[in-house]
Ligand binder design. Structure first.
Ligand code: LUZ
Ligand code: MOS
Length: 775
């Protein structure tokens, strides 16, 4: 199935079963349906189903819950309320503000109130219909600015300051102020949330969870059960997508299955249907923001101020950390001498919003791009002129104090505008717009600078466990969760390269808290870097033992060089009689330790929250996208003609996986900016609650042309094998689609009023096309 490339001339042996472009070791299993997700794990006898009864009201006091009739339904085993919780009724990760099951108050529609446990799913569904709840309603807030006015916050507000904007604005020739809004986004992983748990010896429980954060599920379940983390084992086979939605919010589902298994001593499965998942879980945080940008006569941006009102939902979840990343990315790729940005995490009565690819960064970048576009339109210049003029470079300083280094911002921009021929493309667009009355094209350039590391320095650590079995085969465990992003392929490459053996000798194990503990979630684009470096540490320990064994036991001269290449032991560059497998066997007989635990903690990084300064990121990823769209000016609909990118992958270790991440991120970013509209009514009810009312990009809406050029650089030593993190940065190229569409609409009606409010749905475009009063 996998082709073995003929690559004898190259010194480095290609990794099997991957080819020179890399590839994904799971691809064949995915397309043939052999990959195993939580719901594919064979059920044990006596397995119970857990269904959630959730609040029909967004805010109120629970007066009465009556489930006596529900309990009579055949097949119902137990209905749990918060009174049955053996430990703490608390699942808040960063801040302890979120009950596992509602107690006397409900704070959002979809909040879990009861767990209905049944012999089968149908019985649980029937029983849920018979539950009666009385709630005295309280006022509902869905808008973050309203929450701000009422003093409703989830966490402390934060402020990043560089220079003095007040002073600087007095010297600016041009000042523009406005506001920008960006909407929520449903993670819409193909595989919904879910978990399967069963009781184990000594009052313990094992959970199979679809989570990006196994240790988070473990900690949360232990807390709710009132047991030690050592009594909860979490195993993650793989995920059918996470996108941030399972960074924190998988914990509730894991705990539901675990509590049932623990209390009833039977296996239990808890997997919501799509509409339940959409209703009960949080999404990307919507933001409402104000900006003020000041430029001098040469269009240098001298000062920038912004205030972000984050819609956090009813509990903190990860919103405080997301808020922080918004501030870190407030100035995107631009060097601005005076910056003052403030962010508020506002408490509303929506499901707690949470991580989504980019984690607040995209929200912050959308605001400065809006501010620049605003300035450009008023000054009657191309936005790209202001963008390029203010692009950051080495030795500049980010508003949070980190000095810009190994900067590729201008490199990516200049290469993109050069190879994609921006000048002639502009002329073609203008010509097209002159020729066509009801179709207009628009283009935009979108630079991206994204910081790599968890913004919380503590989280930048990882571990790995490697066993070399005495037949020469290898088992690798890390804290990395495979969620379709291809991290297992990269881990396999790391181990194969380090040992000098073929990939088919190596097995990537599931992610398991008993094998690798205290993991950070697979998130922040950092999974391959952190776990890969921990894995390298473990592999190197074993390799060093094997090599010194060769030197001391198998040769008479310890000064000889010993290497393993292609599963053959080379002594002084000459192949020896030892293969990998018989070396391992010999070493085992001499009682050499063939297992190792690796650890990695990102060096140099730090951040001092008391002064909001430091060096939080290991490095940054850069790139530029050119987006061209065509708007149908009778209908307001549009197509993305092309997205052409120059992206800084560093020295990519797996071009196929990295390209896939880049393409997927771009399309997901375009979805956020254009068609994906999360709508709640004023009662806090999710209206876009199914795939019929919530539209994500499909094959027909992806750009007709999507080109990605790998920037030619060395990469960063802080990245695994110099191959830079790729999970999140490309999503932000999608922001370019917003401005390209807006520009096309302005070509039709230069007086159009089109607020900086994403998503720019066809409805909004149509309203804009025929609006009378422009600005
Ligand atoms: N999660 C987190 C993240 O806890 N901290 C981060 O900085 C982050 N960044 C991106 C995505 N998830
Ligand atoms: Mo994430 S937004 O889970 O890296």
């Amino acid at each position: 199935m996998h082709k073995t490339p003929d690559n004898k001339k190259s010194k480095e042996r290609p990794v099997y079963p991957l080819n020179q472009d890399g590839g994904n070791i799971d691809a064949a299993n995915h397309v043939t349906g052999r990959s195993i997700y939580v719901d594919d794990i064979p059920a044990m006898e006596g397995m119970l189903f857990v269904k959630v009864f959730d609040s029909p009201v967004a805010h109120g006091i629970i007066k009465k819950v009556d489930f006596s009739e529900a309990e009579m339904v055949e097949g119902i085993v137990k209905i749990f309320s918060c009174k049955d919780i053996p430990g703490e009724n608390q699942i808040g990760g960063i801040i302890a503000d979120e009950p596992f099951l509602a107690d006397h108050e409900v704070d959002f529609q979809g909040q879990p109130v009861l767990l209905v446990v049944a012999e089968n799913e149908d019985a649980a569904e029937d029983a849920i219909k018979k539950i009666k709840i009385e709630i005295d309603p309280l006022p509902v807030i869905t808008d973050p600015r309203e929450a701000f006015r009422q003093g409703q916050f989830l966490s402390d507000s934060r402020k990043f300051v560089k220079g003095s904007t007040q002073e600087a604005f007095s010297k600016c020739k041009y000042i523009f102020e406005g506001s920008a809004e960006s909407g929520g986004q449903e993670q819409l992983y193909l595989e919904t949330q879910g978990a399967y748990a069963y009781p184990t010896e000594h009052n313990s429980v094992k959970i199979y969870s679809s989570t990006q954060g196994p240790s988070q599920v473990q900690r949360t379940a232990a807390r709710v059960l009132g047991v030690g983390m050592n009594q909860v084992e979490v195993d993650v086979p793989r995920l059918g997508g996470g996108f941030g939605g399972k960074e924190d919010q998988a914990s509730a589902w894991g705990t539901m299955a675990a509590m049932t298994a623990y209390l009833l001593k039977r296996p239990a499965k808890c997997i919501p249907h799509r509409m339940e998942d959409m209703r009960m879980t949080g999404k990307r945080n919507p933001y409402s923001s104000d900006y003020k940008i000041g430029l001098d006569e040469e269009y240098n941006i001298i000062a920038y101020e912004a205030t972000y009102y984050q819609n956090g939902g009813a509990a903190a979840d990860l919103s405080p950390a997301i808020l922080e990343r918004t501030l870190f990315h407030a100035t995107n790729s631009y060097n601005i001498p005076h910056v003052h940005v403030t962010a508020h995490s506002c408490k509303t009565h929506l499901p707690p919003n949470t991580a989504f690819r980019g984690f607040g960064g995209p929200q912050g970048m959308f605001v400065i791009e809006s501010a620049i576009d605003h300035a450009a339109k008023r000054l009657n210049v191309e936005a790209s002129l202001i963008q390029r003029k203010n692009m950051m470079d080495n030795k500049d300083e980010f508003p949070y104090g980190q000095i810009v280094a190994e900067c590729e911002a201008k490199h990516c921009w200049d290469e993109a505008t050069d190879i994609y021929n921006i000048e002639s493309v502009r002329k073609e667009v203008d010509w097209f717009n002159k020729q066509n009355q009801f179709y207009k094209k628009g283009l935009s350039l979108m630079p991206v600078c994204f910081g790599i590391s968890f913004t919380n320095t503590m989280m930048n650590q990882a571990r790995a466990l490697v066993h070399v079995y005495n037949d020469g085969s290898v088992g690798v465990s890390t804290g990395a969760v495979e969620m379709g992003q291809g991290v297992n392929s990269k881990m396999l490459q790391v181990a194969a390269k380090c040992f000098g053996i073929h990939a088919d000798k190596i097995k990537l194990e599931s992610t398991n808290t008993s094998r690798v503990s205290n993991t950070s979630p697979s998130a922040a684009s950092s999974t391959a870097d952190l776990n890969g470096k921990a894995l390298l540490d473990a592999c190197n320990q074993i390799k060093d033992r094997l090599i010194s064994f060769v030197k001391t036991e198998l040769t008479d001269n310890e000064d000889q060089t010993v290497e393993i290449k292609d599963e053959v032991v080379y002594i002084n560059d000459e192949p020896s009689i030892f293969t990998w497998s018989n070396l391992v066997r010999q070493a085992f007989m001499k009682r050499i330790n063939l297992s190792a635990k690796g650890h990695y903690a990102t060096p140099y990084i730090n951040f001092d929250k008391t002064i909001e300064k430091g060096h939080p990121f290991a490095y940054h990823v850069y790139g530029t996208a050119l987006t061209i769209v065509t708007v149908d000016c009778l209908r307001g609909t549009y197509e993305i003609d092309s997205v052409q990118v120059v992206h800084d992958f560093g020295s990519s270790m797996n071009r196929a996986v990295d390209l896939g991440q880049c393409e997927g991120g771009i399309v997901q970013g375009i979805g956020w900016m254009t068609m994906e509209e999360v709508v709640y009514n004023s009662e806090g009810k999710l209206l876009s609650n199914a795939l019929s009312t919530y539209k994500i990009p499909d094959i027909y809406s992806v750009p007709k042309k999507l080109e990605v050029k790998f920037l030619n650089t060395d990469g960063s030593d802080m990245a695994i094998l110099k191959s830079k993190a790729v999970g999140e940065p490309p999503l932000m190229y999608g922001i370019g689609a917003f401005f390209a569409i807006r520009n096309a609409a302005l070509a039709f009606n230069p007086a159009a009023t089109i607020p900086y409010s994403a998503p720019i749905t066809p409805e909004k475009v149509l309203m804009g096309l025929y609006s009378k009063h422009g600005k």
